[in-house]
Write a protein that binds this ligand. Sequence first.
Ligand code: DGL
Length: 262
Amino acid sequence: MFDSGFGGLTVARATIDLLPHEDLVYLGDTARYPYGPRPLDDVKAYSLQIAEHLVDRYDIKLLVVACNTATAAALDDLAGALDVPVVGVIEPGVRALLEVSDSRRVAVIGTVGTVESGAYQHALSRLAPDVDLLCCACPGFVEFVERGVTFGAEARLLVTRLLAPIVAADVDALLLGCTHYPYLARVISDVVGQKVVLVSSADETAFALARLLNEDGLRNPPSPMPGTQQFVSSGDIRAFTALGGRLLGPELVDAELWTPPG
Ligand code: DGL
């Protein structure tokens, strides 16, 4: 599983809780985050480098792209390049969004890269062309999370400003289309109001992953021993362990360094 930094830990948490017998390797590309403002071709190149490293070094049986921006930029290329199945976060999120909306007016928030890629607009028009979708980019949210700021006046001010179009649009469901955003869910929910159901692509991706492991016969059998977790970061290891442990929980006690090629 990989993300630009800490956001994919929301997917890691959901996966560890749902699939406690699976062994997990998580790579946060903190040396090159944020992915959101970067050209999608750069994000695609990073994603392919990371996937190659995870396959070669850890012999993974399946790859989760725990990042919406990387899913938008590279899912098809990763699926074509790898011999293992690849799961992204966009389609599971859209399916869950459609399930909870009664009014058929929904919104998605994500990074500039994700929103401008059109990936959500495309997925929704394929799965439910009758649904009204508002997509908003939220530059700055990821940086807050990467600094460990997930609530407080400063975060609330930015969330209030960027989500004003969503409050005005009167939607009944909002998809957090960036894996960092569940860490801001409390502030987001305060701003959009409790009538708007928040959908996390992290939980939905863990469910999709469980289904795929079952279908492909890849799921580890139950055993008295829980699965293992390993963490890898391309940036400062101590900073990754300190904030990552706070965000994920007790599984993240150390991490190894990976230096990207080039
Ligand atoms: N967590 C990532 C996502 O889901 C991207 C954050 C970033 O690096 O901009 O899009």
